[in-house]
Ligand binder design. Structure first.
Ligand code: MEV
Length: 429
């Protein structure tokens, strides 16, 4: 069982962590070599990835442990600069694993492309024409990207929406093309298709296209994770399991009704989501934009997750997110660390990646809420931030741990105290 290799993982040195992953069969010898080398992007790749490239900006990649998702164990790569994120995800995952793990449910992976038409002189005629020529639109869209069709995906449906004129905007007729993007995130596929059908759609509707582009509001690429936790696993400090359950449910209700709280609640979810999206080489801005739009789908910005009481008294959590991530395409194939992340996850499809990401989001949310409604967030946070403060104060080598331990014992934790502690340690030596 992999778990025994991972006990006290955070206390191990980097070499010992790599060895533990190797012993547990999570990585192979090639991966060990990769981890022992400098893991910067090769210069040539970095230079060709963006314009005007000067240098690289590094962030740490770590692993979240203990995840059981749809009955499979996962070691999950996360890229983040926030000290407490990986520890919080791993500790929630450990608890949820004792309760059977996360279960996920995914829709098909369809992305929507939009063409916005203006100056449509006869709306009824335009709508009739669009209905009449749906098949031709799909044929033209698919002809623009035959390889996705060959692999079993492609444009499958066309829909239309009219948006009435307002004081600030003209009337728009919006054409939506729904594309099954299979293993890709799909932005390039969809944009190519949309641009390919634009002039035909202008011709048949007698309208003028303003733009043709993918929508990042990926409402047809949704991932849901759920977990069910018995109250006997929930007690914390002076709080009983029932109290923790009820307080987490109230925290969820608060975030449902108050956009100020919902924003922070969702930020906590995205702490986990973004870290895996980034590690897997995906477009985290697309995921962020879609998630927040989805949070506002009712007309009010609300919590993305819901925590409720099950009939048997357990705590049930659920999170649904649009997750337009890919397993191929974009920079995934050329980024060596994204490739490493895929090997570490031991997954082969974008759907599996979605299941992992949405589960990490729910785990992160659970950890944050449990801390917030019991001992508060600072205790755990500051413990992990002690090391960053020690480094900021100038500590190196063994002194980092010594200063961090001193900070944890002191009533206040700040840079000034870290500098004083370091000074005292250096004078003792
Ligand atoms: C901090 O990065 C995230 C939290 O604020 C999330 C939350 O409040 O739910 C702890």
């Amino acid at each position: 069982m992999a778990h025994s290799y991972f006990s006290e993982f955070y206390k191990k040195t980097k070499t010992e962590r790599t060895q533990a992953l190797l012993d547990a069969g999570v990585i192979n010898e090639q991966d060990r070599l990769f981890l022992s080398e400098k893991t910067l992007l090769p210069d040539q790749i970095a230079d060709h990835m963006i314009e005007n490239q000067l240098t690289q900006y590094a962030l740490p990649l770590g692993v979240a442990l203990n995840f059981l998702i749809d009955h499979h164990s996962f070691t999950i790569p996360m890229v983040t600069e926030e000290p407490s994120v990986i520890a919080a995800a791993s500790s929630a995952a450990k608890l949820v694993a004792q309760a059977g793990g996360f279960k996920t449910h995914l829709t098909e992976r369809k992305m929507i492309g939009q063409i916005a038409l203006k100056n449509v002189s006869n709306l009824t005629f335009a709508l009739e024409q669009l209905s009449l020529h749906k098949e031709t639109i799909l044929k033209k869209a698919n002809a623009a990207h035959p390889s996705i069709v060959k692999r079993g995906g492609g444009a499958g449906d066309v829909n239309f929406r009219t948006i009435a004129a307002t004081e600030r905007s003209p009337e728009f007729l919006v054409v939506h093309v729904h594309v099954n993007v299979l293993e890709a995130m799909g932005a390039n596929i969809v944009n190519t298709m949309m641009e390919a059908v634009t002039s035909y759609i202008e011709d048949i509707t007698d309208g003028t296209a303003l733009m043709s582009i993918l929508s990042n509001y990926a409402t047809e690429c949704l991932a849901t994770a759920t977990c069910q936790i018995p109250t006997d696993l929930l007690s914390r400090g002076d709080f009983t399991g029932e109290e923790v359950r009820d307080r987490i449910i109230e925290a969820s209700q608060f975030a449902y009704v108050d956009p100020y709280r919902a924003t922070t609640h969702n930020k906590g979810i995205m702490n986990g989501v973004d870290a895996v999206v980034l590690a897997s080489g995906n477009d985290w801005r697309a995921v962020e934009a879609g998630a927040h739009a989805y949070a506002a789908k009712s007309g009010q910005y609300r919590a993305l997750s819901v925590w409720e009481k099950a009939d048997n008294g357990d705590l049930i959590g659920s999170l649904t997110l649009p997750l337009p991530v890919g397993f191929v395409g974009g920079s995934i194939g050329i980024h060596p660390t994204a490739q490493f992340s895929q090997r570490l996850l031991s997954i082969k499809t974008a759907k599996e990646l979605e299941s992992v990401i949405v589960s990490v989001g729910l785990a992160q949310n659970f950890s944050a809420l449990r801390a917030l409604v019991t001992e508060g967030i600072q205790k755990g946070h500051m413990g992990l931030q002690a090391k960053s403060l020690a480094i900021n104060a100038g500590a190196t080598g063994d002194n980092i741990e010594l200063v961090a331990n001193g900070l944890k014992k002191s009533t206040h934790m700040n840079l000034e105290i870290a500098i004083k502690l370091l000074d005292a340690i250096q004078h003792q030596k």
